[in-house]
Design a protein around this ligand. Structure first.
Ligand code: SAM
Length: 181
């Protein structure tokens, strides 16, 4: 079985957008307890590297690191573990909310920005990026940047995401090859 309810959300996202391909190399940010890693491997990903603040029980075929992704050098550790650039970067990172709207909001945006920046820097041309986001959250700056770097950027709310939650996913498809001018 899947380790998390979140596994159903990624399954729906992938059914809709076809992100995980046979042989895909995937980096999963905020991966504990490992549901998304399981889905990626189940759908034919060749290499999956996951990171989380929490320890993740081993999953055969996956590299799993316990670390804070916002700390310097952890991004490079993930690329090294994967053995090269990813085809797909996923982020389901979310911190424990403290109940102070403005502070929580700033933290959410910071995580989205860090994940998006990593995806833009490391993805192969043609690669894709998915991040958790929250409706009403002003991810405006990130959205603009993603629209510059990817062919298509869409919002998607999976059926399996609680209706009463503000959670929504940002899906950026087909990273443009800027080297071709
Ligand atoms: N997608 C996962 C799955 O299917 O099992 C569920 C992820 S859960 C919703 C969010 C995770 O983000 C938490 O486990 C949390 O520890 C992690 N997280 C939050 N901030 C992080 C950070 N700075 N670095 C690494 N992981 C982080």
């Amino acid at each position: 079985g899947w380790r998390s309810r979140a596994a159903f959300k990624l399954s729906e996202i992938d059914d809709k957008f076809g992100l995980i391909k046979k042989g895909s190399r995937v980096i999963d940010l905020g991966a504990a307890p490992g549901g998304w890693v399981q889905v990626c491997l189940d759908r034919g990903a060749q290499e999956v590297a996951g990171v989380d603040l929490l320890m993740i029980e081993p999953i055969p075929g996956a590299f799993l690191l316990q670390a804070d992704f916002t700390h310097p050098g952890v991004d490079q550790q993930m690329i090294d573990a994967l053995g090269g650039r990813p085809d797909l970067v996923l982020s389901d990172m979310a911190h424990n909310t403290i109940g102070h709207r403005k502070t929580d909001h700033l933290k959410i945006i910071a995580l989205i920005e860090i994940a998006a920046d990593f995806a833009i820097r490391t993805l192969k041309p043609g690669g894709s990026f998915v991040t958790k986001n929250f409706q009403g959250g002003d991810a405006g700056g990130v959205l603009t940047r993603l629209r510059e770097e990817f062919e298509t950027v869409k919002y998607f709310k999976p059926e399996s995401s609680r209706k009463d939650s503000a959670e929504v996913f940002l899906v950026a498809l087909n990273k443009l090859d800027k080297s071709k001018g």
